[in-house]
Design a protein around this ligand. Structure first.
Ligand code: 5GP
Length: 348
């Protein structure tokens, strides 16, 4: 047994220190990024935000809505071949990642979508634990099968595995084990890594090899998205913050108010929760425990309002630290640690 003594931080443990700047207004900042993916040379420009590939948020409607902001959605893994082929043949294909796991069935499904004349230009290869040899092999195989597609792969939380995944063929490594809003991995298994430190360490490892990282999980407010970019995240993936909207595929909770039926909430659940396992795998297998939970999020109408809040928060952060372009944000970011007492005062 070994204990690592270095302090590791989460979003709530830091704030971004303001810096002198010549920027007068948040209209002067540009919060888009332009990337050239390492393994394909393919270029991408937009607001680097991705809806999580969860049942509720990884929908075609979400991809279309976020596309209007230059952002993207990772589609969930359970759309059928016909619907996926139709979507990826269409004009909104560039706003979505095709998500898959590492089984032979996943590989066959992607082949079937491609046989239907659709070739996803971005793929999200996604498992809960990216530390297995089988996952590395799957990244290599996916790279060989899809030489022209940008591949995002994860999840991991350490620099060594980030490097291994970039070298195996990932253009973007997805970072996060345990921070998700409906994730119970830390409670059920004791495994995890504070998300802000994971982003800092993995971004450093990936950038050294010209790879990119996507910070996945744990953002609960626009300020957390700003902190993720400050820590070095190239993309940020959101589940809970995008749940509860019209573009989601979730069961709506209604209430009777003044004789009228109004939407008040929407069910949102983890992809390893027993709800998801019942829906997709016929229940929780005897050898495994559920590592996700189900919650009811407030109903929030169209996602447009939330996107404006997130982008407004990021732009404002950029004016506070004097960053004209999103790319400059990590260089201009100094985090200050806040004490746990302060967290309590501010309601964490
Ligand atoms: P959020 O933005 O809601 O905090 O986090 C979203 C992320 O949580 C997803 O992209 C995914 O990585 C992770 N996640 C989703 N469902 C589950 C689950 O059931 N268990 C665990 N451990 N993580 C989950």
């Amino acid at each position: 047994m070994r204990i690592e003594g270095d302090v590791k931080l989460d979003f709530k443990d830091v704030l971004i220190r303001p810096k002198r700047s010549t920027l007068a207004s948040r209209n002067e900042v540009d919060c888009t990024r332009a990337f050239r993916f390492l393994h394909t040379g393919r270029e991408w420009t937009g607001f680097p935000l991705v809806a999580a590939n969860m049942d509720v948020t990884g929908t075609f409607a979400m991809a279309r809505a976020l596309g209007r902001f230059g952002a993207t959605a990772a589609l969930h893994k359970h759309h059928d071949v016909g619907a996926l082929a139709e979507f990826f043949r269409g004009p909104d294909a560039r706003h979505a990642f095709y998500s898959l796991g590492i089984g032979e069935a996943d590989r066959a499904k992607l082949a079937a979508v491609k046989a239907n004349g659709a070739a996803p230009v971005a793929i999200c290869l996604d498992v809960a634990n990216g530390y297995t040899e089988a996952f590395l092999d799957a990244v290599k195989r996916t790279r060989d099968d899809n030489p022209d597609a940008a591949i995002m792969a994860g999840n991991v939380v350490t620099g060594d595995m980030t490097e291994a995944l970039v070298l195996a063929g990932a253009d973007v490594v997805k970072i996060g084990i345990g921070p998700g809003s409906v994730c119970t991995t830390r409670k059920v298994t004791g495994v995890g890594y504070p998300q802000l430190s994971a982003i800092v360490e993995c971004a450093d490892a990936a950038h050294g090899l010209k790879g990119l990282v996507c910070a996945d999980g744990g953002c609960t407010v626009p300020g957390d998205v700003a902190k993720a970019y400050g820590a070095g995240a190239d993309f940020v993936m959101l589940g809970g913050m995008l749940a509860g909207h019209d573009e989601c595929d979730g069961e709506i909770r209604w209430e009777e108010r003044d004789g009228e039926k109004v939407a008040v909430g929407m069910v949102f659940y983890g992809m390893s929760s027993d709800v998801a396992m019942r829906k997709h795998s016929g229940g929780v297998a005897a050898y495994r425990a559920s590592e996700g939970k189900s919650v009811v999020t407030p109903y929030r109408g169209p996602v447009e309002g939330t996107m404006q809040e997130i982008m407004g928060g990021v732009r404002s952060m950029m004016t506070y630290i004097g960053a004209t372009k999103l790319k400059e944000v990590p260089k201009r970011t100094t985090f200050v640690r806040v004490s746990s007492q302060l967290n309590t005062v501010f309601g964490d």
